[in-house]
Structures are given as structure tokens and as C-alpha cells.
Write a protein that binds this ligand. Structure first.
Ligand code: 9MR
Length: 353
């Protein structure tokens, strides 16, 4: 939503509160679709702090109108969960397919939401033509550059940022031995950032990974790389901390310090794929702990000036990736499978309010 429209809504909302308090207008029993009377959304609350509140989404879910209703009004940033990945966008070499990504960009634009585009260079979800043969360094460099620049040019002007390279490091802080690393060496990361910047000088360019929320060997590797890239004037704007957390592994208590050290390098940070899974069944106690974690993460981001926003990895347990990847685990998101808000939803509100 444009900020003028939001301001108007906010004024209308404030006016409605006064009228309700004065007994002039209908109170909470008013129709849900009665926009001037609605409570501020998560995005409204985040905007007051100059932050965004986003959700991932995926194409198959978009026929679920109860789902898209919430997606369209509660958030101001959208990430396609799969539609912009290499397997989807270049299924045959040199043959590009924008159908899935475009559908999500168009939906986001129709709700005046921005888009965090995800992702250009990743070892996973690659097309067969790319993984089923060997490449010389020169060949692969040309293939990578063409993929990045064609995709970034296609979405130029329609996306806020790109996760240019995703999941480049191992847990111990060594480079992950991907096709790109083993063929091109570590310089593929700087090259990818430069090529993306050439194709869209306005998009914010990120490196993105999981298990880098706390200070530790893996986030240290990003810190060292980011410092080096900044010194070499490579166009890097931000570090994305995915934040796929699990109750059984503990909360990353150094998150705020970690965000702050990246800020001090002159970089933006964002929590890009947040979820907090648990061993099922979900109990009241686990949902309360989960809510605390969502609150703490939100507060950590608000406490660090250059933490620009938070994206949850879809908003409802109905469409979470967790149960399929971690059997016996789930309930990771702030809305349940019936699209009802959970304690985590109210905890995010509290932290933002
Ligand atoms: O949400 C995505 C899911 O639908 C896919 O099946 C999965 C395949 O690996 O990828 C999921 O998204 C991942 C994201 O692209 C990168 N970080 C980890 C996410 C969860 O696996």
C-alpha cells in the first residue's frame, strides 16, 4: 500500500477508535471487511518502525482465497518460496520461464507489497541440464552470468532485493563445495554480485543463509567475507539470516549482537525465512515458548537500526515446508492450519506495538 493510503487508513483508524470510545460507531462487532475499523496489520505496525513484515508464498497456494486474503493485507513484503529458483526460471538452457515468479510479483503489486526475490545462485533446486554434466570454468561462468543477468533484468524495477547467493558456507565456516565453488572457486560470489548489480543497479543485493543467527563459525565466515567484499567495493547490500529455528535446539541469544556487527560494516540485515518448529504435538507450553522466540527475534531486529525487516517462511502451518522435511515436527508459523492466529502472532504484534 502506498504510504499516503496507509496514512489515510491510519487516520481513519484513529478516528474510528475515538468514535467507538465515544459510543458513536460500532465497536469490535463491526464487519471484518469494514476497513476503517480494522486494527493495524503487522505491516502497519512494522512500518511505524521503518521496517517491513513479510511472508513467503508459493504458487500452488494462490487458489486458496482465505489464504490470499490474509497474505494480501497483513504483510508488506512477499518472497516467492520457489518460483524464482533456477529450476523454475531456466528449465532448459537458455529457455526462460517467468510464469511462477510473475504470478507472485503481480499479486504482490496488486496489494502494493514489495518483493524480496529469491534466489539466483544456490546448490539446490537446479535444473538437470546444469547438474547432469561437467563444465569448464569458462563455460560455467558464462552460464551463471547469463542466468543471473537474464533473470535480474526481467524483474528489474519490480523487486526490492535479491538473494544473490544462498547458503554458500558449511557449518564450520568453510565454503560449501557446490558446483559453483568447485568449478569457479570462491570468486563466484563477488562475480555474481557484480553481474546482478549490472543488471539492476537499484536492487538490494544479499547473501542469505541458515544457522547464522548467532555469532559462531558460520556467521563469522559471512562477517569475514562481507568485510572483504566491502573493502573490494563489491556491490553487497545486506546479509539475510534465514532463522529457521527449532525449539529443541535453543534460541540464538547472540542474534542482536550479530546483527549489530554486520550493521557496523555498513550492511543491511534482515531475518528472511523465519519459522520456529517444534516436535509435535504442539502443547500450550511449546506454543508459549515459540511466541517468546518470535517476540525476541522481532525485538532484536527493532533494536538494530539496519535490520530492515522480517519475513516469515509462509505465515500459516497449512503451507509450511517443515512437516515434509522434518517428520514429526511442525507448527512453526504464527497462524495455525485453520489460518487462526497463534500466540506467536500476538507476540510479534506486542513487540511491534
Ligand atoms: O520453501 C521451499 C520448499 O517449498 C522447497 O520444497 C524447498 C526445497 O529445498 O525449499 C524451500 O525453501 C528453502 C529456501 O529456498 C532456502 N532456505 C531453506 C528453505 C527451506 O528449505
Amino acid at each position: 500500500m502506498h504510504s499516503t493510503a496507509r496514512t489515510r487508513l491510519r487516520i481513519a483508524g484513529a478516528l474510528a477508535t475515538v468514535l467507538v470510545a465515544a459510543g458513536i460507531a460500532a465497536g469490535p462487532a463491526a464487519q471484518a471487511g469494514d476497513r476503517p475499523h480494522r486494527q493495524p496489520t503487522l505491516a502497519d505496525l512494522a512500518e511505524r518502525h521503518g521496517r517491513y513484515l513479510g511472508s513467503a508464498t508459493d504458487n500452488p497456494e494462490l487458489t486458496d482465497t482465505a489464504y490470499t486474503d490474509v497474505l494480501g493485507h497483513e504483510f508488506d513484503m512477499i518472497t516467492p518460496g520457489n518460483g524464482m529458483k533456477w529450476y523454475a526460471t531456466e528449465p532448459q538452457q537458455g529457455v526462460f520461464d517467468w510464469t511462477a515468479g510473475d504470478e507472485i510479483v503481480d499479486l504482490a503489486r496488486s496489494h502494493h507489497q514489495r518483493v524480496r526475490a529469491h534466489t539466483l545462485v544456490w546448490h539446490s533446486q537446479l535444473p538437470d541440464w546444469l547438474t547432469s554434466r561437467t563444465w569448464t570454468a569458462d563455460e560455467l561462468r558464462a552460464v551463471l552470468k547469463h542466468h543471473i543477468q537474464t533473470e535480474v533484468r526481467h524483474y528489474r524495477g519490480t523487486v526490492y532485493s535479491w538473494d544473490v547467493v544462498n547458503e554458500a558456507f558449511n557449518e564450520d565456516g568453510t565454503y560449501r563445495e557446490t558446483l559453483f565453488y568447485t568449478t569457479l572457486g570462491p570468486g563466484y560470489i563477488a562475480d555474481a554480485l557484480r553481474w546482478a548489480h549490472e543488471a539492476d543497479p537499484h536492487a538490494k543485493l544479499y547473501l542469505n543463509d541458515y544457522n547464522i543467527e548467532a555469532v559462531g563459525p558460520k556467521s563469522d565466515a559471512y562477517y569475514a567475507l562481507a568485510r572483504q567484499l566491502r573493502a573490494q567495493r563489491v556491490p553487497l547490500d545486506g546479509i539475510g539470516l534465514q532463522a529457521h529455528l527449532a525449539l529443541q535446539y535453543g534460541y540464538p541469544a547472540s542474534l542482536e549482537d550479530n546483527l549489530r556487527r554486520f550493521s557496523r560494516l555498513g550492511l543491511d540485515t534482515a531475518l528472511t525465512e523465519v519459522d520456529v518448529r517444534m516436535q509435535l504435538p504442539a502443547t500450550e507450553d511449546k506454543l508459549a515458548r515459540q511466541a517468546d522466540w518470535y517476540r525476541d527475534m522481532t525485538e532484536a531486529c527493532l533494536a538494530v537500526r539496519r535490520c530492515v525487516g522480517i519475513t516469515i517462511w509462509d505465515y500459516t502451518d497449512k503451507y509450511s515446508w517443515i512437516p515434509a522435511f522434518f517428520p514429526g515436527e511442525g507448527a512453526a508459523l504464527p497462524w495455525d492450519e485453520q489460518l487462526a492466529p497463534k500466540p506467536a502472532y500476538y507476540a510479534i504484534r506486542d513487540a511491534l506495538d
